[in-house]
Design a protein around this ligand. Structure first.
Ligand code: DLL
Length: 436
């Protein structure tokens, strides 16, 4: 089911909508947000100079630091009394990033989430269990509201309490699961451990995943746990832009369709800030159109991907973004080599004897970067065989060496030793200190 006619417009019509909304949004932000007006003045660009979509490049970027410097609501374009909702994303350190919505913003947002839910196969018949943590995180209330718009019935389960999750999945005839991919894998494993076969004993046949990436090997793993016919798609978004609802995969699994009538995506080289041609990989920059409370122009998302404009067999004409290959700032530099966690995952997930959970530790020893990856065995009987263990370790190391061009340490641990995450997985610990 395609939720909105804007998803199937000819490119020229999409561009016309984008230009009209861009001109309106730039004039609006210039008038109402002093810090962005100052930046435009410094760059010597006025709203009336935005005459074509190419003029977007004349506009200054907005950075995550702008939220910090204007905490909590300095980037807002409306008075507090116009707001009907706040959300906030958890920063790794310091204050959260606070975002707000007017009534119209909320309606646009949830309609965009409804589109994404339909891309992933949701229908009014579905019973949806939301296993994202409720709270200021945009994921839970975003998917909740979007699925209600579709007409599905929603169970606001929240994260954690695996026994209760499983009981509801069974007793309520849940057909659709919303979670982070790492939690969905964990939950699936727990279900199997209780002697339940999700493919036969449960009715769950759709997974709407997001908030963190899902690589193809992870999707394969998901099928092993939840069954071959499980349609699992991922969707993308971020609090600053609205939350979920920016882009989502359809059942053809050809990348995430961007809701282009509300978001203009660009790809830039994160170092030079130069705009890259379609198809090239770089940092995603997004302009959010038509937002009242928190308009954002050319926001540096920090997420690395590429855009594809070829038509999709599903009938949607919107451009698609590839699976996020990492964050510009999540990238690890190990002895001068750029490493994205996704690359490590690609290797690990192809090895049968180990499970999908891992931890990366980076330290500096004798002035050298050392990366150690801890992975779980699937079968603890392997722990009794030294020769099998060392053969496995060698195989993992050589897979990683050819993928990353880098030697890594491997620790093999018994099943269920590593921490599981209910929300976004935190798999990297970087203990390096500058200058050592
Ligand atoms: O994670 C919004 C969201 C919730 C999207 C649920 C989809 C589903 P934040 O908490 O602000 O918002 O985190 C945004 O999460 O910049 C990405 O780095 C990462 N992220 C979100 N979705 C994906 C995805 C929500 N599908 C940050 N693949 C973003 C990879 C993702 N990374």
């Amino acid at each position: 089911m395609i939720w909105a006619k804007e998803e199937t417009l000819p490119r020229e019509e999409i561009k016309a909508i984008q230009l009209a909304k861009l001109q309106q949004s730039v004039a609006y932000i210039y008038e109402r947000v002093p810090s962005y007006r100052n930046r435009m003045d410094e760059a010597g660009v006025k709203p009336e100079q935005i005459r074509t979509l190419d003029d977007l490049r004349r506009l200054p970027f907005t950075y995550k630091a702008d939220f910090k410097n204007n905490y909590p609501m300095g980037l807002f374009a409306v008075d507090k009394k116009e707001l009907v909702r706040y959300h906030a994303s958890s920063g790794t350190t310091g204050k959260p990033t606070v975002v707000g919505y007017t009534r119209k913003d909320l309606d646009v947002w949830l309609n965009n989430v409804a589109r994404v839910a339909c891309m992933g196969g949701a229908t009014p018949e579905d019973v949806a269990q939301i296993s994202f943590g409720y709270g200021t995180f945009t994921g839970a209330l975003g998917l909740h509201g979007g699925l209600e718009k579709v007409g599905a019935s929603v169970i606001p389960m929240s994260s954690g309490n695996t026994n209760k999750q499983i009981m509801f999945l069974q007793d309520m005839g849940v057909t659709l699961l919303v979670a982070t991919p790492s939690y969905a894998l964990h939950l699936g494993e727990e279900i199997r451990e209780r002697g339940i076969d999700p493919a036969k004993d449960l009715q769950v046949h759709i997974g709407l995943f997001g908030g963190e990436g899902m690589t193809e090997p992870m999707r394969d793993e998901m099928h092993k746990v939840w069954g071959e016919d499980f349609l699992c798609t991922q969707n993308y978004g971020m609090s600053e832009l609205c939350g979920p609802g920016v882009a989502g995969e359809c059942d053809r699994l050809t990348g995430m369709h961007v809701n282009e009538d509300w978001f203009i995506p660009e790809i830039i080289n994160p170092e030079t800030e130069e705009v890259l041609p379609p198809g090239e990989r770089g940092e995603l920059v997004v302009t959010a159109l038509g937002k009242e409370a928190l308009p954002l122009i050319r926001y540096r998302t920090g997420d690395m991907t590429r855009l594809m404009y070829e038509p999709c067999p599903c009938g949607r004409t919107t451009c698609r973004m590839e699976n996020i290959s990492g964050r510009a700032d999540d990238m690890l530099v190990i002895r001068g080599v750029n490493v994205f966690p996704g690359q490590i995952e690609e290797v690990l997930f192809k090895i049968e004897e180990i499970g999908p959970h891992y931890e990366i530790l980076v330290e500096r020893k004798n002035r050298l970067d050392v990366m150690t990856i801890t992975v779980e065995l699937v079968d603890d009987r392997l722990l009794d065989s030294y020769s099998q263990l060392s053969e496995l370790e060698k195989r993992i190391k050589s897979g990683l060496k050819s993928q990353l061009g880098l030697a890594t340490g491997i620790r093999l641990v018994a099943p269920h030793t590593l921490q599981r995450f209910e929300g976004k997985a935190r798999r990297i610990t970087d203990l390096r200190k500058d200058g050592l």
